[in-house]
Design a protein. Structure first.
Length: 526
């Protein structure tokens, strides 16, 4: 195992300079954040991002400066860029200038390229990013005002077009109409075309969830008016929890606590008056889909013909409802247990789902059901579930990427596990020497890699034959990641930066690299 220590250049000043206030800030590190071929750390005191690039055999360390006081970081969906929100800071020393809250867009594959900074106006502490990586919406969390703020507008949003440079119209700040509630989450749709609209531009819609309401904002044209959907018309308190989309028909499906059914929201064409520049050109058409009993989980999948289906589990009626997203027609499948968790297989969004595993997590039952999805909407095919006894209460199901396999968790400490083969309906118990505190499935779906802070080792399980091996580390692991290129990145929780990079689960200890001190890269120069 090779050990690498980045070289630090020491520069001696000819005279003493005024002490930088940043030196007195708490040094808070956000991360590690796994990306494509990099792992990022955000240094809250030094106002920078440290990138550990593991694309080559010898890791490289890069630093990218951002604004003052980073408070949130999020990768884009493809993990090829990193978005960082900085609070900014008042000038505290001679030569400094006031800095407003900013959103920084970092090209992690080209760290020498200066990041693009957008003035977002308020110290938002959360981000929603579209799946195509083109739009971001900055918003506040539910935590409430912090010690560094005075007033805070929880209904304010900042819409940022990441494909355009910053300017007077980018970002767009917008305050939503409020009905005595504040947003709990923001969900961005995939690009969707409004059927029949004169403007055929694919749009991203922001669904802003709040107690008893949903606000729908055209994030592509954020200056246009939003539409607010009241959910408490029947008198009951309703909290929207989950939104899934059928982009071919510009439709969203909403699952809510306190609601009796799944709510269908169809984005329909509604031409605006010619004299109202900020009027929107859409109107949501609402329908309840008749799931009944209050849905506890929803899932969306495409069949082999490209048709989209919605699955809704209703434990109160002991049913799973299968809804055709294009026609809104549905069929009901009876289940022997109160199902509240649906997992689709294969667990790959680019591959048509063939089966659904149904579990009763709340009831902690020691069995699951398997529902065959192929041809489920055809009248001549029996619609029933197959029950699999797994021997222990099921508390979580973790699908293996690209495989019809799932890890079953049977206790709070993650010490009792099982491997479910969905295709054959068999369960293999897995035994370990300690708690499964962190784990990852390799991108190929061949290996389960596990770690616990009490052991300076990684455990490997070959999912083709359940053959176990392990690899000794120099230090105990704190975090574990399987990167898309097959490499394993083990962070050891050292405030100075210490990580082990393993080329693959088949690699030996001698093939691995230990990188130390990378969070100090360039520190003495600064």
């Amino acid at each position: 195992m090779r050990t690498l220590v980045p070289i630090l250049t020491i520069a001696l000043a000819a005279c003493a300079a005024e002490r930088d206030p940043a030196l007195d800030r708490p040094r808070l590190i956000t991360g590690p954040i796994p990306l494509q071929a990099q792992v990022a750390y955000v240094d809250g005191a030094l106002d920078r991002v440290v990138l550990v690039d593991v694309a080559e055999a010898t890791p490289a360390v890069h630093t990218v400066g951002v604004g003052r006081d980073p408070i949130w970081a999020s990768p884009t969906f493809k993990r090829d860029r990193l978005l960082v929100i900085t609070r900014g800071e008042e000038a505290l020393a001679r030569g400094q200038v006031d800095e407003d809250p900013m959103l920084w867009n970092i090209d992690v594959a080209n760290p020498d390229t200066p990041p693009v900074g957008y003035d977002i106006g308020s110290p938002f502490d959360r981000l929603a990013v579209s799946t195509d990586g083109k739009l971001a919406v900055a918003h506040f969390s539910e935590a409430g005002p912090d010690a560094q703020g005075f007033f805070r507008n929880p209904n304010e949003l900042a819409f940022v077009d990441l494909t355009r440079p910053p300017g007077p119209d980018n970002p767009v700040l917008k305050t939503l109409r409020s009905f005595s509630s504040t947003p709990t989450a923001i969900v961005l749709s995939p690009p969707m075309t409004i059927p029949g609209a004169a403007d055929a531009t694919p749009r991203v819609f922001a669904f802003v969830l709040a107690q008893n309401r949903i606000s729908v904002v055209d994030a592509t044209y954020p200056t246009h008016d939003e539409v607010t959907i009241r959910l408490d018309q029947a008198g009951a308190s309703v909290l929207p929890r989950e939104v899934v989309f059928a982009p071919n028909t510009a439709t969203a499906y909403v699952r809510s606590d306190g609601a009796r059914d799944v709510l269908e929201v169809l984005i329909g064409n509604d031409p605006p008056p010619a004299d109202q520049a900020d009027a929107n050109d859409f109107r949501p058409v609402l329908a309840e889909l008749g799931a009944g009993g209050g849905p506890a989980d929803v899932a969306v999948y495409d069949d082999v013909d490209g048709r989209r289906f919605i699955l809704a589990a209703t434990p109160g009626t002991r049913e799973v409802v299968v809804i055709d997203a294009d026609t809104a027609e549905f069929v009901r499948v009876a289940t022997p247990d109160p199902v509240d968790r649906i997992v689709l297989f294969p667990a790959d969004p680019d591959v048509p789902a063939r089966k659904a595993v149904l579990a009763s997590i709340g009831a902690r039952l020691s069995r699951v059901q398997v529902l065959d999805l192929e041809g489920i909407d055809e009248d001549l095919i029996p619609r029933s579930v197959t029950t699999i006894e797994v021997g222990e209460p099921v508390m979580a199901i973790e699908p293996v990427p690209g495989r019809e396999l799932a890890m079953l968790v049977h206790d709070d400490q993650r010490t009792v596990l099982g491997l479910l083969d969905v295709a054959y309906g068999s369960v293999s118990p897995l035994q370990g020497v300690g708690r499964l505190d962190d784990y990852a499935f390799t991108s190929s779906g061949k290996y389960l890699v596990a770690a616990t802070p009490s052991l300076a080792r990684l455990g490997y399980l070959d999912l083709d034959n359940l053959h176990p091996t392990d690899l000794r580390l120099d230090d105990v692991p704190a975090r574990l990641f399987a990167l898309p290129d097959g490499k394993l990145f083990v962070d050891h929780g050292d405030p100075l930066g210490r990580a082990t990079i393993i080329p693959s689960p088949e690699a030996s200890r001698d093939d691995s690299v230990v990188l130390s001190g990378f969070l100090l890269a360039g520190l003495l120069e600064e």
